[in-house]
Design a protein around this ligand. Sequence first.
Ligand code: PLP
Length: 436
Amino acid sequence: MSAPIDPSILPQTAAISANGRLSIGGCDLETLAEEFGTPLFVYDEIDIRSRCAAYAEAFGADAVFYASKAFSGRAISEIIHDEGLSIDVSTAGEYHAARRGGFAPSRVLFHGNNKSNDELAYALHDGVGRIVVDSFDELDRIETLVGSGLPCPRLLVRVTPGIEAHTHAYIETGIEDTKFGFQLRSGAAHHAVERIANNPALHFVGLHCHIGSQIFSPDPFVRVTAIMAELVEDLTAATGAIVTELNLGGGLGIAYTATDNPMSIAEYADVLRAGIVDAWADRDLGSPPRLFVEPGRSIVGTAGCTLYRVGTIKHVDGARTYVSVDGGMSDNIRHALYGAAYEAFVPSRANDSRAAQATIAGKHCEQGDLIATDTPVPADLRIGDILCTPVTGAYGYALASGYNEVPRPAVVIVRDGKARIAFRRETTADLARLEP
Ligand SMILES: *Cc1c(COP(=O)(O)O)cnc(C)c1O
């Protein structure tokens, strides 16, 4: 494992110049680091747009709800909106970011296991298109709000189908011991559908499930289509409820390292579609409902990378070499949270072999503050070098924290040789602004 960085995990417009310098969107990474400082998130706009286009082609643009929790804000919402996709939010904050990006309320789907009455009231007032109902308490709130004269959006019932997606337990949400949705086995899901479908003031349209994230294998996706078909069969017999929308959530995995081997967007679409066709045919259920999906990671993950500056290099005898950078778990908590793996390379020497091995550490006061463990780095890596970790576009900035009062990084979006700021760097004054 001493090869240079594999271009397959870099954003689409990544290019290496004759003298070995990496650019994205026509912008030299080293120069971006000089201009905007580090740590810096860099997003390739063309990469995001081409993944949106692939999803739109595979499912129909309006049936693709970008899961904005992966990376939220006005700039990304504008791009997703411009590509014609719909958007999925799970809090009032994400709702407002989608609206700032130009989304009409009708193209927003509202998720969440604990939507407050204020959040629900605001969204209903605004004319939100869809709500995925997650609990009986929420159903009570919606009934009351609709009873008070607010319009009822399309309602879907979130089901926990009891599937193991062979991903990390914290991002595995389809199993039965989960805070999300209505359990299938106990009959809670049936009960929720019955209650909505039997209330003429409410607008039942279908079912939702999300079995987990970073999934490489087609199997769990195939199994979930069969489970949902069975549920539809039961529901039709028991309640007469008509399922016109089937939302299978997100979860398509992406390559974080060159050894990861995910499905393409087109392959994923084929798997879901074939699964549904077979499951419906097996049960003689007539034509299947319309398929909806909610990709997050697979739209923005590969498009983004992070630039850090190397500050200290420590060889710990009998252990490993720690290369510490000027960010860490406050801008990328995925290694600490899930044991996620990343690669690292020096963008000004992108063709160089990476013959040494190091653990990339952050600057926070936790031993768990690591970005990558025992990963290949150039043998001549030195203090002051810019180090790039690719594939940080999803669940990176979105999970950024203010731990240790380290200001949040800036985020730039690059295209055609130009970089524009999506989020400016936080300052010490920003950190002080909440103190009365
Ligand atoms: C997180 C989440 C998604 C997006 O998942 P990805 O793995 O990023 O595609 C979609 N739907 C729901 C309900 C989620 O919680």
